[in-house]
Design a protein around this ligand. Structure first.
Ligand code: SF4
Length: 75
């Protein structure tokens, strides 16, 4: 696979702060003082972290997490 890795995004309206995501991939998701996720905006190029990020996205009970790639014109 080539090109820059995707970034995690959280939809704060959907998120209920149940924190599953931060347990799955603490390297990319921290928690604020109320337990809501603070998601790293870094591109994820490490395959191991990308697999964990994909798992966090698929296991989020509120479908609040996304992995998104920037298009060239958005960089
Ligand atoms: S798993 Fe989903 S709903 Fe739960 S804290 Fe993470 S983003 Fe929010």
């Amino acid at each position: 696979m080539s090109g820059p890795g995707p970034r995690l995004r959280v939809n704060p309206i959907r998120c209920d702060g149940a924190r599953y995501c931060a347990e799955i991939v603490p390297e990319l998701i921290g928690l604020d003082e109320w337990g809501y996720p603070i998601v790293s905006s870094a591109q994820i190029d490490d395959p191991r972290l990308l697999r964990l990020a994909e798992r966090a996205v698929s296991e989020c009970p509120r479908v609040a997490l996304q992995l998104a790639r920037l298009r060239d014109r958005d960089r």
